[in-house]
Design a protein around this ligand. Structure first.
Ligand code: FES
Length: 584
């Protein structure tokens, strides 16, 4: 027998290998399949990179190895695959010395962050869920920051988006927003969900080309603001995009850019039922994660949607039987003066509950008067946004299940629009943006029929739910369809009884991530977490999570196919055996 070669594994004699065709050896933490084929010897990781099938059971022909589970094909010499759903399999150097075959089980490895980043690109391009899931987990295991997959997804989503910013980019942003509240193992799960929505939305779509900036010397923010608003008003998306692109290029501040976008987004009443403010706000939140240097690519994607959106004053519901549109326009005209009157008292106003109760009543005139009065008494734009958002959550908490199921989405839409407005007002408070408080309060009013009859808010029933019991109890409620009130009761009991109700957001986040959750789910979870954080430890905070849990429980469970893919990727990432041959 030959002398051992340091650091290498002896496979056997070349003659034995040629006779067998393939031998399996272990070392360096790997199981390695060594093949003799066409007068040469090759060594590959024996675990198929797709789902772990033993490759020594595959077929070798014409220099190709075919896995016998899902038939992925690999180049025997390099391990490269011809099937993007699989992955390249790792190859190992082989030497033959004195008729003996040796394998080096520990050759230098490529940078795993680079490798998984490339793989994520492939997964997004081909929209292959398993590859996206594996890459999100691979990057996480390699210690990459969540911003690495986020930037890859963002660049992909913003490139293959001829229609501009859409639902998938909002989902990806919501996923990034909720990460700090999630259990550690759910963080790559959230990123995966966001990325797979982007890949699906972009599939087959042509790319978008960001316009060049103007060759201009103009640098005044007020001029860019005027240009941008005028272009949106006359529905000229190309002009608006170029004005915005140039404003970014000449270095206008983030607050100037936010100011011009939000002013244009609210020049008309409740544009596209609040989606335009919502998308604009999400685009800014997205940049908070990936960096302002991506602003030209991200923000210009808003122009098309803003210019072409439906304006609510064009809708019958805003005109008849009460001309709410005219009432809002009248109140809008008074706002600037009212804010001036309230300036000396700014910060003194503290009547959120009272104003929210008025907004929920059946009198649009009284609502507009109450908002104007709050401004006069020192309510800030941010406080007004917060109050309307709270009222919208109360509308959801009191939504009665005797309504048509589709009407959950009606209250949901107002709620997410109100939360977006509140977040935008925190970022860029202005009298112009505060006009949307009036619009959004009217949307809460228009949803009033969905609280007739009103669902009773859960009250403590004496059941103590402790931290240990809470998660399993809520998740098992949501395993069964339509446990709407039961789920709300568990959340309410936990928040009422526990001294420090930890893990409530992590559990609600997990409840969403294990399901086939789409745009509405990510939106409401993100909005609910934000509104709860502002009211933690109060009854109002409890109301917010009651609303959120009721909406989730009404829509769950789903088939959970999206998470099943993630679980497969998790098991592969851990090195678990997926393939079981029960016949042996
Ligand atoms: S192709 Fe090999 S496990 Fe699926």
């Amino acid at each position: 027998m030959a002398t051992a070669i340091q650091g290498q594994i002896r496979v056997g004699t070349l003659d034995e290998l040629i006779a067998k065709g393939c031998s399996v050896v272990t070392g360096g933490g790997h199981t390695i399949a060594v093949f003799a084929h066409d007068d040469d010897v090759y060594a590959l990781d024996n675990r198929c990179p797709h789902m772990g099938f033993p490759l020594d059971r595959g077929t070798v022909k014409d220099g190709l190895l075919t896995c016998h589970w899902h038939h992925a094909r690999f180049d025997l010499s390099s391990g490269g695959t011809f099937d993007p759903f699989a992955d390249d399999v790792r190859s190992f150097p082989v030497t033959v010395v004195d008729g003996e075959v040796w394998v080096n089980p520990s050759p230098p490895e490529s940078d795993p962050v680079e490798r998984w980043s490339d793989r994520l690109h492939d997964g997004m391009e081909h929209n292959i869920r398993l590859v996206i899931a594996k890459s999100a987990l691979g990057l996480n295991s390699a210690g990459a920051d969540y911003k690495t997959p986020l930037r890859i997804g963002s660049d992909f989503g913003m490139t293959y988006s001829d229609e501009g910013w859409g639902q998938a980019m909002s989902i990806l942003t919501c996923a990034a927003n909720i990460l700090p509240h999630l259990a550690e193992e759910d963080r790559p799960r959230a990123i995966y969900q966001g990325l797979r929505h982007v890949a699906t939305e972009c599939e087959g779509r042509p790319p978008r080309f960001v316009v060049d900036p103007l060759p201009t010397g103009e640098t005044r923010p007020e001029v860019f603001k005027k240009w941008f608003r005028n272009f949106i008003e006359v529905r000229n998306d190309e002009g608006a995009e170029r004005a915005l692109r140039t404003a970014i290029e000449v270095g206008l501040s983030q607050s100037d850019i936010a100011d011009m976008i939000f002013a244009a987004a609210t020049d008309r009443i409740y544009i596209d039922a609040g989606h335009i403010v919502d998308f604009a706000n999400k685009a800014f939140e997205h940049l908070d994660h990936i960096g302002w240097e991506h602003s030209a690519q991200v923000l210009t994607s808003l122009a098309l949607g803003m210019a072409t959106a439906r304006r609510s004053e064009e809708l019958n519901a805003w005109r008849n039987p009460i001309d709410i549109s005219s009432m809002v326009w009248e109140a809008r005209r008074e706002l600037a003066e009212l804010f001036e009157q309230g300036e000396s008292k700014l910060g003194e106003w503290d009547d959120e509950q009272e104003l929210a109760d008025i907004i929920l009543q059946d009198d649009p005139g009284a609502t507009l008067d109450a908002i104007k009065s709050a401004v006069r008494y020192g309510a800030s734009p941010e406080q007004l946004g917060s109050t309307v958002a709270y009222a919208a959550f109360l509308r959801m908490a009191r939504f009665h299940t005797s309504n048509e199921f589709a009407d959950w989405d009606t209250v949901h839409n107002t709620l997410t629009a109100a939360n977006a407005l509140h977040q935008a007002l925190k970022r860029a408070p202005s009298v112009e943006l505060a006009r949307a408080v009036l619009d959004t309060a009217m949307s809460v009013y228009l949803d009033r029929f969905l609280n007739v009859p009103a669902q009773r808010m859960p009250t403590p029933n004496g059941d103590q739910v402790d931290a240990e019991a809470f998660g399993p109890q809520l998740l098992s409620q949501m395993n069964v369809q339509q446990q709407v009130e039961q789920s709300a009761q568990v959340v309410s009991d936990y928040l009422t009884g526990a001294e420090n109700p930890e893990g409530v957001l992590a559990t609600l986040g997990h409840a969403m991530l294990r399901e086939d959750s789409g745009f509405h789910m990510f939106q409401i979870v993100d909005a609910g977490f934000k509104q709860y954080e502002e009211r933690k430890g109060t009854d109002a905070g409890r109301h917010v999570l009651v609303a959120l849990s009721r909406f989730l429980a009404a829509h769950y469970p789903t088939t959970r196919s999206v998470d099943q893919t993630f679980q497969i990727a998790e098991r592969l990432n851990r090195g678990d055996e997926l393939f079981r041959d029960d016949g042996e």
